[in-house]
Design a protein around this ligand. Structure first.
Ligand code: GTP
Ligand code: MG
Length: 195
């Protein structure tokens, strides 16, 4: 998809602030700093509509980006960010979970992991959770530009093994710097959201 029109339509911390629309939604989950907001910017051809930061914990609300009036990209706060208090982290967890659970128009969840690192216990938990609730999902390995092309397959194997991905589970390499994986991810997202 060649995106031209996109706007931040809603910023939510609770259900009554979600958009009142039946457009399909695609949401992005993963550790803080893994590159969720950057990936959204790359997918929608915008430099910094979704705010990003070198330090983890940048996105703190549920942000709904209306893409061409066809679907929403939903940017979520990351997990595993150590510098916030336990009560705040529990609040975030509850906020994310209440969005992910029971949102009928949520057609695809994209689980992001960093290509350089073995997935964490939290990543694994997220994967198990997606499986358990039968959510349509795919896994994206971010920051692919940090690993030379020849070595990427090795990293994909490590990620597949650590998460326990099944043969049919889709894993796509992506780079917001080099725009690698953008076309493939759009294809998968369009198919999953029935566009
Ligand atoms: P939270 O909002 O805290 O959950 O983080 P996030 O997952 O939204 O991460 P964000 O997009 O803010 O990116 C975190 C950092 O990683 C920023 O400094 C980005 O520039 C960098 N980054 C993101 N994607 C890539 C990538 O593909 N390649 C490289 N080299 N850096 C990236
Ligand atoms: Mg973010």
């Amino acid at each position: 998809m060649e995106v031209r029109n996109v706007s931040l339509e809603a910023v939510a911390v609770e259900k009554n602030q979600y958009p009142k629309s039946n457009l399909p939604e695609v949401s992005f989950v993963g550790r803080s700093n893994v590159g969720k907001s950057s990936l959204i910017n790359t997918m929608i051809n915008r430099k910094s509509l979704a705010r990003t930061s070198k330090t983890p914990g940048k996105t703190r609300t549920i942000n709904f980006y209306n893409v061409e009036d066809l679907l929403y990209f939903v940017d979520l706060p990351g997990y595993g960010y150590a510098k916030i208090s336990r009560s705040e982290s529990e609040k975030w967890g509850a906020m994310i979970e209440s969005y992910l659970k029971g949102r009928e128009q949520l057609k695809a969840i994209i689980l992001l992991v960093d290509i350089r690192h073995e997935p964490s216990a939290n990543d694994k938990m997220m994967y198990e959770w997606l499986k358990h609730y039968n959510h349509p999902f795919i896994v994206v390995a971010t920051k692919a530009d940090k690993i030379s092309r020849g070595r990427r397959d090795k990293h994909y194997s490590v990620i597949r093994k650590a998460l326990g991905l099944k043969r049919d589970d889709v894993l796509i390499g992506f780079s917001s710097e080099a725009k690698d994986g953008k076309d493939m991810l759009w294809e998968v997202i369009e198919e999953m959201s029935g566009l």
